[in-house]
Design a binder for this molecule. Structure first.
Ligand code: NZQ
Ligand code: ZN
Length: 388
């Protein structure tokens, strides 16, 4: 196992009725910016629950944070915060709203001229100040409610970049499984796929003498496989929703990646497909992940065998066949959720995509991704072209 330092300061308030308790977590007298998305919270009652809980505070609303949040939109919130002296932010939404709030929190007190540099120059870890914030999660998927990462898109240039640092962990997050009931099937399938791939990014690498981390990872994968169909069939099934939500949080709150190698190349390539074609984040992972495992097969073979045996019960055949079968099972699982796994399922306009992505990676100096830094530009090209 590798050395590690681990601290996750986010407090969770899990379960039915917990939205009302956010008032116990926010300092009295705070001036709050309440940030949300395109309005789903006004239809499912979450907005009213949050406003009731915040009735003793001065609250300024900021709606309209779009999926894959735009820098341009978020900067409008930054201006409001600076103008009105806001000193606490509540993010009420999915990964996009929470990520957007992480950026707003970092950008509002940022003293250099251009806050976009927080993303291009990866200044997250050097931030001196950030506005404290809490979250009410409405879509289990990203793990953003209990981690310090965020992904922001600049619409003007179609760039999607990430940043993170210790100051942008949420102070607290409410995980009320009742929010799942109003989710469209598309978003539930996305959530299962995103969380599943988060685990694979931290597990499907090479053996690292870390059996506990492996079993945490396999436990999350097995639970997602078990409850995925239940939650799609009936999003109002509270127990299934609770387990779905907990899996998504645990998949990316830092725990399972301690002391082990991590990959993340699927995410880096996938983000480009969202930036270029607006394909839902999770779907880009289902497109790229399996082809990355095929192209990097020799690197991942040992863990593919373990994954195949322990998660999918694959015991028959040669090592080669079993490892390939583990990839096939993964694709079948995504299909069973209604997720399509080719770029051409989402856009007709994909010729030349591999060259665009390779050029962007080259410009950013990303010449070797993955757990062994050997997903080189020619491998990226091969993976993307296999995914058309
Ligand atoms: O905007 P509203 O009206 O709220 O509708 C949203 C949105 O259209 C809707 N929705 C959310 N909760 C709902 C609901 N509809 C009905 N009932 C509810 N309870 O769902 C749509 C998608 O929401 P979004 O927040 O975009 O989805 P998700 O949570 O999948 O977040 C995706 C973003 O997170 C980033 C992705 O790149 C993408 O930008 N990620 C963030 C990560 C992190 N911070 O650690 C890691 C991930 O790998 C990912 O990259
Ligand atoms: Zn993801």
């Amino acid at each position: 196992m590798k050395n590690f330092e681990f601290r996750n300061p986010t407090k969770l308030l899990f379960g039915e009725g917990q939205i009302a308790n956010i008032k116990n977590e926010i300092p009295s007298g705070s001036k709050i910016l309440m940030a949300f998305g395109g309005g789903s919270i006004k239809k499912n009652g979450i907005y009213q629950q949050v406003m009731d809980a915040l009735s003793d505070y001065e609250v300024i609303e900021f709606g309209g944070i779009e999926p894959n949040p735009h820098y341009e939109t978020l900067m409008k919130a930054v201006e409001i915060i600076r103008e009105k002296g806001v000193n606490f932010i509540m993010a009420v939404g999915g990964g996009s709203v929470i990520d957007g709030v992480k950026f707003i929190s970092a950008a509002a007190p940022f003293t250099q001229d251009d806050p976009w540099k927080i993303l291009t120059d990866r200044l997250g870890k050097e931030l001196k100040e950030a506005i404290p914030f809490g979250t009410v999660l409405t879509l289990p998927a990203t793990g953003s409610e209990m981690n310090s990462g965020a992904v922001v898109t600049k619409a003007a240039t179609q760039e999607k970049l990430s940043f993170g640092g210790p100051l942008v962990f949420p102070k607290f997050s409410v995980l009320d499984p009742n929010v799942v009931a109003s989710l469209p099937e598309r978003q539930i399938a996305n959530g299962v796929t995103d969380a599943f791939t988060h685990v694979l990014e931290q597990y499907l690498t090479y053996p690292a003498d870390a059996p506990l981390q492996d079993r945490f990872a396999e436990g999350i994968l097995q639970t997602l496989i078990e409850i995925g169909p239940d939650i799609i069939k009936d999003p109002s099934n509270y127990q299934a929703a609770a387990n779905f939500m907990w899996c998504c949080t645990m998949a990316l709150n830092g725990l399972i990646q301690q002391g082990v190698p991590t990959d993340w190349a699927t995410h880096m390539i996938g983000h480009e497909l969202t930036a270029l074609y607006n394909i839902d984040h999770a779907r880009t992972l289902a497109i790229i992940g399996p082809n990355l495992y095929r192209v990097m097969f020799e690197n991942k073979k040992d863990k593919l065998l373990q994954y195949g045996q322990r998660v999918w019960g694959i015991k028959e055949g040669s090592e080669e066949d079993r490892a390939q079968e583990a990839i096939n099972k993964t694709v079948e699982f995504f299909h069973s959720l209604g997720i399509q796994t080719k770029v051409s399922d989402y856009t007709e306009d994909y010729q030349g995509t591999s060259d665009i992505i390779v050029k962007r990676f080259e410009e950013r100096g990303w010449k070797g991704l993955g757990e062994r830094a050997d997903v080189t530009l020619d491998k990226v090209k091969e993976i993307v072209e296999m995914s058309y």
